[in-house]
Design a protein around this ligand. Structure first.
Ligand code: DGL
Length: 262
């Protein structure tokens, strides 16, 4: 495996681009491959078995293209599939994501933390274990957000419809005294500006994209796999509508790359 081999990143759709952005910022020498499984988005309501199968397929695709590491830039795919990928590829650095319960429990002053995430993430055993481990001294209120990922996939980050949907998810959390909100889905950082207009400035919003980029850096460094660069242009694939994905990629990251079919 050469140090200048690419890193494979994937998500159910465009959400993982929030993580890709953090990886590019921290590790500008790294070449990146990105698969959006937009033909099957949202993962949030799908069975763990289905998501595991998608993870296996996408991981094999990225490895065929020379990936030296994999990033599951999706909380929902991580709870379903990261353990299996680590078993299948024991030598490969595989980075997953989980809602930032530990930093949120440390940050809250009111003692009440809200978690916005998909149904799949919130009902997983992995999430329950995370709460047991890090949130025994705080109250955690979970809020699934059905429909929100679809708005973000459509590139609709601030319409009245998206605002109303988000307001409906956030208002009950604020009413119960949450002063810290965990963005437990990689799509949600893209609606952070909208969310900030719906919560008081005293409410902290916590996501994990930057922490995941740092974890990737640590794993690559340990194995002597950090790229010396320069990075090659990123490659993007979508299992859904490539033209739509291209538009949203430009909107979200200002990137005009061509999207290939997965
Ligand atoms: N972006 C994903 C996550 O972090 C999943 C969204 C979905 O497809 O439901 O959970």
């Amino acid at each position: 495996m050469t140090t200048n081999a690419p890193i494979g990143v994937f998500d159910s759709g465009v959400g993982g681009l929030s993580v890709l952005h953090e990886i590019r910022t921290l590790l500008p020498n790294e070449s990146l491959l990105y698969v959006a499984d937009s033909g099957h988005v949202p993962y949030g309501e799908k069975s763990p078995e289905f998501i595991r199968e998608r993870c296996r397929l996408i991981a094999a695709f990225l490895l065929e293209r020379g990936a030296k590491a994999l990033v599951l830039a999706c909380n929902t795919a991580t709870v379903a599939g990261v353990a299996e990928l680590r078993e299948l590829y024991p030598q490969l650095p595989v980075v997953g994501m989980e809602p930032a319960v530990k930093p949120a429990a440390a940050a809250t002053r009111s003692g009440v933390v809200g978690v916005l995430a998909t149904t799949g993430t919130l009902k997983s055993a992995k999430f329950a274990a995370l709460l047991d481990r890090f949130a025994s001294d705080v109250r955690v209120i979970t809020q699934p957000c059905p429909g929100l990922v679809e708005r973000i996939e459509a590139g609709d980050l601030d319409s009245a419809q998206t605002r109303a949907l988000l307001q409906g998810f956030v208002a009950p959390l604020l009413a119960q005294g949450c002063d810290t909100l965990i963005l437990g889905c990689t799509h949600y950082p893209f609606i952070k500006p909208l969310l900030q207009t719906l919560v008081p400035p005293s409410v902290s919003l916590i996501d994990t994209g930057a922490a995941v980029a740092r974890q990737l850096q640590r794993l690559l460094d340990e194995r002597g796999l950090l790229a010396v660069g320069p990075a090659r242009p990123a490659h993007f694939w979508s299992s859904g509508d490539s033209a739509q994905m291209g538009k949203v990629l430009t909107l979200l990251l200002g990137d005009r790359s061509v999207i290939e079919s997965f």
